[in-house]
Design a protein around this ligand. Structure first.
Ligand SMILES: Cc1cc2nc3c(=O)[nH]c(=O)nc-3n(C[C@H](O)[C@H](O)[C@H](O)COP(=O)(O)O)c2cc1C
Length: 218
């Protein structure tokens, strides 16, 4: 064979060998990189899962709060909203089937509200279905009527199983304190865990309500 041809064959063989080594190296490196990427992905996913589990644990252990209130003229509703803001709980209004008109509330006259308060068996009907099962803590709000809870609050207690639930009453009034209404609640349902509540004036601020909630440490 011609010497030149032999040299050319050797050169081509070296070239093919070089290319083979080059592609083998690249392929290997890609596998290493892919494996590394998979490891990184899995680590990130594991960390995300752990964080989600942690968050679930926190929300599982924190009490589920509802702010449930009746308000005839809006004062108690405002306080209920401030409590909702401070607790991040759900807010639920107790809506009477028969709305209270201003005549119904005209307490210096013979009015519906006065008649209900004087009638031991009065239990005004509630329009909406309220489900308390998923809550551990209930802030229960109402206006003071003749020193006491409006009778629709007793209707709410009759309709719901509050056994074992922490109930924190709050009220608004012209000046009357919460104590008498709180005693009524205590006597009416001995199965709930009734904490001391608080009376607010209609002009109470979000700050005042937030600092009360902090004090409670429920
Ligand atoms: C029938 C009736 C009786 C009331 N009795 C009292 C009372 O005994 N003491 C008091 O300080 N305020 C009394 N009030 C005033 C309300 O408690 C007060 O205006 C309250 O903030 C109203 O809340 P609401 O807007 O959420 O309905 C009475 C109001 C009504 C309509």
């Amino acid at each position: 064979m011609n010497k030149k041809i032999i040299i050319a064959i050797i050169f081509i063989l070296i070239l093919i060998g070089g290319l083979f080594c080059y592609f083998a190296f690249i392929g290997n490196n890609k596998t290493v990189l892919n494996t590394q990427e998979n490891i990184n992905d899995n680590t990130v996913k594991k960390q995300e899962n752990n964080t989600n589990e942690e968050n679930n644990k926190i929300s599982d252990s924190s009490p589920k709060v509802a702010v449930i209130y009746f308000s005839a003229t809006g004062n108690t509703r405002k306080i209920a909203e401030y409590i909702k803001n401070a607790t991040s709980g759900d807010i639920i209004e107790i809506v009477p089937k028969e709305k209270y008109t201003s005549e119904d509330l005209s307490y210096n006259n013979d009015c519906r509200a006065n008649r209900e308060q004087q009638d031991k068996s009065a239990r005004p009907e509630i329009e909406n279905n309220i489900d308390v099962t998923k809550y551990d803590t209930i802030f229960l709000g109402y206006p003071i009527w003749w020193g006491d809870v409006p009778k629709i609050i007793l209707s709410f207690i009759d309709n719901n199983n509050l056994a074992g639930k922490t109930v924190i009453p709050f009220c608004t009034s012209g000046s009357t304190e919460i104590s008498q209404s709180q005693n009524t609640l205590k006597e009416y349902n001995k199965n709930m865990n009734l904490l001391d509540g608080k009376r607010f004036s209609s002009s109470a601020t979000q700050e005042a309500i937030s600092s009360w909630i902090k004090e409670l440490e429920f």
